[in-house]
Design a protein around this ligand. Structure first.
Ligand SMILES: [Zn+2]
Length: 258
């Protein structure tokens, strides 16, 4: 047998075992019966998110709102974040000042990055009563060294992944690791709604957990970094119709405190 054939045979034997191992023993969920959806929204459009929650409540949806620049938010916005947390949504950390982590650590240490953009955000948000479990990289800029450092502070990290790739090969599904990637659903990313529904269909049929991300939410989706209510309602209706669960990022973790 030639080496390539041996390698392919080994891969075929090994892959199901790896999937099974991750399914039962990985540090985070890789699958869930019936499939699930994690909807995440980045930055600071708190008033819009709060309004969107009113619109999507009939679908019993659940989202993760990933907040940057918490200290610049007004009192009303902070209260709205607490209210969203109290309703079962997760509030995650998206850094104190939205630095691009990879660029910053190219000229500073990782400790400098953590002291500048991570611990101040966790402290400010926690002091206000928000319970922080997850972190979302600004601009999706991450590497393994940053992952290792930040997993000491958070249970789950989320980056980004792009494009309407063949769905079975897409990296927008939870994979048993504590680091996941989200697929953009804002108009800006050009991922069409029928494609997003196919991703959900694949998740439902294969017990996968799809991770999506957007930024501002609004009744129309005309600004680029916005996901409109029509898109969100269609996604939520589809997930509900096919019996998929809504999870938040922290619910991927197998940590006992969840
Ligand atoms: Zn951001």
């Amino acid at each position: 047998m030639i080496p390539g054939t041996i390698r392919r045979a080994c891969r075929r034997l090994r892959d199901p075992a790896v999937r099974l191992w991750k399914h039962f023993f990985g540090p985070a969920l890789a699958s869930i019966p019936g499939g699930a959806l994690i909807l995440t929204f980045d930055d600071d459009s708190v008033a819009d998110w709060h309004e969107t929650d009113r619109v999507l409540s009939p679908y019993h949806w659940k989202a993760t709102f990933c907040v940057s620049n918490f200290e610049k938010l007004g009192n009303e916005e902070r209260k709205k974040l607490l209210a969203l947390q109290n309703k079962g949504h997760e509030i995650a950390c998206h850094s104190a000042t939205h630095l691009k982590a990879v660029d910053f650590v190219a000229s500073h240490s990782i400790s400098d990055y953590i002291a500048t953009d991570i611990t101040p955000a966790i402290a400010a948000m926690s002091e206000y009563g928000l319970t922080i479990y997850s972190f979302v990289y600004p601009h999706g800029a991450r590497n393994q060294e940053l992952d290792r450092a930040l997993l000491k502070y958070f249970d789950i990290l989320r980056g980004t992944v792009y494009g309407m790739k063949p769905i079975a090969e897409h990296k927008c599904f939870a994979n048993g690791s504590r680091v996941v990637s989200g697929l953009g659903i804002d108009r800006h990313y050009g991922n069409e709604l029928p494609y997003l529904l196919q991703v959900l269909q694949f998740a439902a049929a294969n017990d996968k957990i799809a991770v999506f991300y957007g930024h501002r939410t609004h009744r129309d989706d005309s600004p680029e970094l916005t996901t409109g209510h029509h898109t969100l309602e269609t996604i939520c209706r589809y997930a509900q119709k096919y019996g998929m669960r809504f999870l938040t990022l922290r619910e991927l973790s197998r940590d006992k405190r969840h």
